[in-house]
Design a binder for this molecule. Sequence first.
Ligand SMILES: [Zn+2]
Length: 388
Amino acid sequence: MPLSTPNFSFQVEARSATTHARTGVFRTPHGDVPTPAFMPVGTRGSIKGVMPREVREAGATMILANTLHLALRPGPEIVRQLGGLHRVMDWPGPILTDSGGYQVFSMADVSKVREDGVTFRSVVDGSAMHLTPERAMEIQCDLGADVIMAFDQLPADPLNHEQVRIATERTHRWLDRCVTRWQQLGGVDRGQALFGIVQGGCFEDLRRESVAAITRHDLVGYAVGGISVGEGREAIREAFAITTPLLPEGKPRYLMGIGTPVDFFDAVAQGADLFDCVTPTRHGRNHQAYTSRGKVNVRNLAWATEAGPLDPECACPACTRYPAGALRHLCTVGEMLGGTLISIHNLYFFHSLLARIREAVAQDRLAELRAEVLPRVEARYKPEPSAP
Ligand SMILES: [Zn+2]
């Protein structure tokens, strides 16, 4: 039975001659995604504090929602009864749901992992819950996202070869079970695509074995997982450098949990097409802004009398309609709108950076853009105090 459908396709449009970077278009039943693309995260069914229209206007084409959170509340059956995730999130474009694996395993102290699946305590009411590869497929079919993810095991200690080997080999067996259950549920006919997740921690031999095992299933796309749990940037870069060139050239490659400007440049050069992270909205709620002049703490007193925009190069509503001093005021007195405006600004910043990255890859000048952008963007910035 086929695992892919003409509803989904991936076309590489431009390739760098000097790196693995490429641009392309990922076509889904709910619209096209120009890649490399950043997916904002709507953990519990909303991109926190931001209306979907603003998310769209910021440049987002595809968004992500977390299966485990939605499985706990309101529950997959209720999401289905309400018309599915596209209705619940008021998002007409493509949506991806994770499998719940990451959330379960990031609560490893309360998890029991067996071959059958994982037992953990609900963060909502403390009751025991059991998640299996089959159940992860059933929940994601009910939620109804365009792209759903296979259920994988993240190793507790990603630097322990034996532990990583056990988790990686189990992930392969779990993918077989995911594929079987998903086919029984009529996943292809539902217009969904299943992505497999490559594991293997930071070990080259296990990464290679994992790519071989996961790509035995001819899926619509593949993700690189299990490398965002505290291994550090160097280890992540190395693990992805090993993994990416081995993944099929003609399929989208999704690097899970990546979300800072330096990470984007690294990952795109390694051949990644899709990313997700909570960074823009989490930082926004904490009044931290990424700007063309550097990282900004909007609450800093230096912004109090700033009549100009937070970021003169930004086209977002926060920068084009408000003096930076007014944003600082909203943030310091705790107005909800403060966090919302900074979140919107960060979304604009991330998506316009990705647009510039796509343009640079098409012209094979990613390294030049990196040298031009990164030193400023990753530094701290605050304005000079204005004269009284
Ligand atoms: Zn802005």
